[in-house]
Write a protein that binds this ligand. Structure first.
Ligand code: AMP
Length: 422
């Protein structure tokens, strides 16, 4: 029997890891420069946490979660998103004691049983932030600045920013009534899913990808902007004003409601034309009611999540090359089994001093060890053989310029350091 990865999942192989590490390092550095603190939560949580927060009628909860029962018959789910777990942790550990504004970030694998296609996986990775404590528009703006800063530092371009406000439960009530009224005459033209959502959670119909349904929404659905209450309106105006002041280009998408129920007020997405059908690079917004909904004190909050695979796809398309951050420095070549002890002692010494080193473990000839060192693009080879042992020296070859020197063994570290500095 041959085993392969499960549909929708993939291995990240060593030659891709260089890009992953690079992206992760940029994320960590940028988060630190925006004063966000990392948080790590378990891979699975109680199913109820997601059903309550994401919304019972969302695609994620109705069809995409990996849910199972453990031995105690507790229903558990592999996390399909990070906002609910982070808010759960915030409440559980009383993180408000750290200060009135908790600025948290994560990098984590997620699981959604979606139909796999380019840029859509069943296990994928997101980085994201949750800023818990501020009700103000400048917090929303910071999130957009942060998302953009990461893309800028990585060097990708050609994305656009979409913005909307989904209002709060008060303004949404009127909107939903008008939405239902406007769509009622076309109800039999909408897909089965939309008809179900029409009854259960009408704003979710905007998640529908069916062309025909989308045409009907474009034509008939009122836009929420016309229903925003004074508070939501002012908040949204302030977000736009700050972005304008910062010289940001964005478009308003009045039907962008995002696929999760907990959003209130501002929502945004970064879209890349390099991505095809799955074009969202990241998305987020405000969720002022979620902390209370999950059992905490009423606390306003906002966040965003971004896909790492999609970011790497754009980097690939835009040919952003990443250098191996720590190429191999030294390859030690014992010229026979009798020199293996000396080679092991030397490699141990060099590694303890911080050099990246390798030696042959296959007892190959000098020629093929040299070939291997070349293949691995090593900076120096160090040869240990009879002559060297007699004189207490070793032969170092700089593989970049071909210069070969015989030096006292004890001076090797100084020699390597001096040459590396040049
Ligand atoms: P969401 O949590 O659905 O708002 O998604 C946030 C971001 O995660 C998206 O903008 C994508 O970049 C990424 N993403 C969401 N679902 C998937 C998936 N199935 N496969 C790969 N990336 C995804």
């Amino acid at each position: 029997m041959k085993f392969t990865t499960v549909k929708g999942t993939r291995d990240i192989l060593p030659d891709e890891i260089i890009s992953w590490r690079y992206v992760e390092n940029v994320i960590h550095d940028t988060m630190v420069s925006f004063n966000y603190k990392e948080i790590r939560t378990p891979l699975f949580e109680k199913t109820e946490l997601f059903a309550r927060s994401i919304g019972e009628h969302t695609d994620i909860v109705t069809k995409e979660m990996y849910t199972f029962k453990d031995h105690s018959k507790t229903k558990l789910t592999l996390k399909p998103e990070l906002t609910a777990p982070v808010v759960r942790a915030y409440i559980q550990h009383n993180l408000s004691q750290l200060g009135p504004l908790a600025k948290l970030y994560y990098i984590a694998p997620l699981f959604r049983q979606e139909r796999p296609q380019a840029g859509r996986f069943r296990q994928f990775h997101q980085y994201g932030v949750e800023a818990i404590g501020s009700p103000y528009p400048e917090q929303d703006v910071e999130l957009i600045l942060l998302a953009k800063a990461i893309y800028e530092r990585i060097g990708i371009s050609g994305y656009t920013i979409k913005l909307n406000s989904v209002g709060d439960p008060v303004c949404r009530k009127d909107y939903v009534e008008r939405l239902k009224k406007a769509l009622k005459p076309s109800l039999n033209l909408l897909c089965k899913n939309c008809r179900f959502r029409y009854d259960k959670n009408p704003m979710r119909i905007f998640d529908c990808k069916e062309e025909r349904c989308r045409e009907i929404f474009q034509e008939r659905a009122p836009v929420i902007a016309d229903f925003l209450c004074e508070n939501c309106k002012q908040h949204f105006e302030a977000v736009k004003r700050h972005l304008d002041d910062l010289g940001f280009q964005y478009t308003i998408d009045p039907h962008m409601v995002r696929g999760l129920d907990y959003y209130t007020s501002t929502t945004f997405e970064f879209i890349s034309k390099e991505l095809g059908a799955q074009d969202a690079l990241c998305g987020g917004g405000r969720y002022d009611l979620l902390v209370q909904e999950l059992g905490g004190k009423p606390t306003p909050a906002a966040g965003f999540a971004a896909g790492i695979e999609r970011l790497l796809m754009v980097m690939n398309r835009q040919q952003i090359k990443v250098q191996d951050e720590k190429p191999l420095q030294v390859f030690i070549i014992p010229m026979g089994v009798q020199f293996i002890d000396s080679a092991l002692r030397l490699i141990d010494r060099l590694r303890n001093k911080g050099f990246s080193c390798e030696m042959d473990h296959l007892r190959r000839s000098l020629k093929s060890q040299m070939r291997e060192a070349n293949r691995q693009k090593v900076k120096f080879t160090v040869i240990i053989g009879d002559e060297e042992m007699k004189r207490g020296t070793i032969t170092v070859k700089n593989m970049e310029n071909g210069v070969q020197e015989s030096i006292p063994e004890q001076k090797l570290e100084d020699y390597l350091l001096n040459t590396l500095k040049k």
